[in-house]
Design a protein around this ligand. Structure first.
Ligand code: URP
Ligand code: ZN
Ligand code: ZN
Length: 483
């Protein structure tokens, strides 16, 4: 047998389906053998006593996304992917965002230019469709789906991105015809606008009123409407960044009726509450994101949803804006009203460790479910499986080797993103990725990143073929799609 480039020895492997002990043999960036007692490789890593899992796939993060309001995202494809790698993520799927009036093709070409030469781990693109003209729907979108951009996000809020119900129906119909997956940001835009006006008129301008302007009802109504529109068209959808009980109830209701409605949630809905928007001196702006974090009771419902199968994916929704920066949270000034604060918080690097430490090590989430939520299901939903999202012969050697005996306090200065804060500052964790391996190369060996800008490859996505979601503990999103 030809010599192996790397052997990860004595691994306690966890996949979404199995848990077993073996050596992992890697050649040319691909897993070529899983067995005990493999012959020596050119390089050896001893993983004795440690969990070895498929590298994380962050299926919802925003990197260097062009903005229209004078703000600028703090992370580009270099800092963002370094940060991801240091947190155990080996694939990211950010968004090529169509600006109104722009062609989708131009948005994709621009986004490739932003990624090239910078990414240190592999990446695919979702599209954001904000201007579904006849040409976009009839020609551009089908062409791009066929070329490997098989998922796209649509918004029910934000003036520069939102679609009305008719536009949503027409866009969903293209997804059905072409076999794409639609991610939906579900918040009722008119309710938000009306509430915002009332709050501002009453002088309620502080960051904490962001939460009051986007209450649970606003998300519940839009979630229900998104489900209804997708039922009418008969097409699967993913409701992204679900924040609490009333939206969970809608998704569970849809899943119970056999509809292909998938759910995504994020760390901010497990670890933050609306009280984090209360900070003095505008510090509450650091946690302004949409939907906003809710309360403890809603956090519990989100934890329950991760355990009982309402959610298929757990993503960061990393949307990085610096706090002390005129292009960041203070773009409209130090005392800007809540509606002028850019929405979004960082979380690419902390996503996996937060869920592992507080979910797996506390016994709330089984290790296999953790892998499904953070990697395997993401690969399946977005047509990257089985090349990504598994530890199997023939899969890319994207691995994370966990340190689970750590006593760590999250400090922003130790993170690798380009944001000047983390919402999780001071949180204590018991786990962190000790090593991240991307296509057989060590890119993070705590405490050092070992990355080469531009080594990350673009991944065209196959059409997803997800099976119906089932409310089970260990949910599998069905059939393999080509990688
Ligand atoms: O507040 C958020 N979530 N900002 C990022 C953009 C989005 O809607 O996901
Ligand atoms: Zn969104
Ligand atoms: Zn987002």
């Amino acid at each position: 047998m030809e010599e192996l480039d790397l052997v990860v020895r004595n691994a306690h492997v966890v996949t979404a389906a199995d848990e077993f002990d073996c050596d992992i043999g890697i050649r040319d960036g691909v897993i070529v053998s899983l067995a005990r007692g493999l012959p020596a490789g050119r390089k050896e890593i001893d993983a004795a006593g440690r969990y070895v899992m498929p590298g994380g796939i962050d299926g919802h993060c925003h990197l260097d996304q062009p903005m229209t309001d004078g703000t600028k995202m703090a992370d580009d494809f270099h800092s963002g992917t370094v940060s991801a790698a240091c947190g155990g993520t080996t694939t990211v799927v950010p968004f090529a965002c169509q600006l109104k009036g722009q062609s989708l093709r131009a948005a994709v070409e621009d986004y490739h230019r932003r990624a090239e030469g910078k990414a240190v781990i592999d990446y695919a693109f979702h599209l954001i469709v904000s201007d579904p003209t006849p040409d976009v729907l009839q020609r551009e979108l089908p062409e791009l789906i066929a070329e490997g951009y098989t998922s796209f996000k649509i918004y029910m809020t934000y003036d520069d991105l939102k679609l009305n119900d008719r536009q949503i129906l027409e866009t969903l119909a293209v997804a059905r015809r072409e076999g794409a997956l639609v991610m939906i940001h579900a918040e009722n835009t008119d309710c938000i606008a009306w509430l915002t006006e009332q709050l501002l008129a009453a002088g309620h301008t502080a960051p904490r009123f962001h939460a009051a302007s986007r209450p649970m009802l606003v998300e519940r109504e839009a979630t229900h409407r998104a489900i209804s529109l997708s039922e009418l068209v008969d097409v699967p959808i993913l409701i992204v960044h679900v924040s609490g009980k009333e939206a969970v109830e809608q998704i569970r209701w849809a899943q119970g009726r056999g509809l292909q409605v998938y759910g995504e949630t994020c760390p901010q809905y497990l670890f933050l509450t609306s009280e984090h928007l209360d900070g003095d001196d505008f510090h509450g702006a650091k946690c302004v994101c949409s939907p906003p974090p809710r309360d403890k009771a809603n956090q519990q419902v989100i934890w329950d949803g991760l355990e009982n199968g309402v959610f298929q994916v757990f993503s960061s929704d990393h949307a990085p804006f610096r706090f002390d920066d005129p292009q960041g949270k203070k773009a409209a000034g130090e005392n800007a009203s809540f509606d002028q604060i850019p929405n979004g918080i960082p979380g690419l690097e902390t996503r996996l460790a937060l869920l592992f430490s507080e979910g797996v090590l506390t016994g709330r989430i089984e290790p296999q479910s953790f892998v499904a939520l953070t990697s395997t299901n993401v690969a399946k939903l977005y047509g990257l499986y089985p090349r990504k999202g598994s530890i199997a012969v023939g899969a890319d050697a994207d691995l994370v080797i966990w340190d689970t005996d750590v006593n760590l306090t999250i400090r922003n200065e130790q993170l690798h993103h380009n944001v000047d804060y983390t919402p999780y500052e001071g949180m204590k964790l018991r786990a962190w990725p000790g090593m991240t391996i991307s296509r057989g190369e060590v890119v993070w060996s705590a405490p050092h990143a070992q990355v080469q800008p531009g080594r990350g490859k673009f991944l065209p996505c196959a059409k997803p073929t997800p099976a119906r979601p089932r409310s089970e503990r260990r949910l599998s999103i069905g059939g393999a799609t080509q990688g």
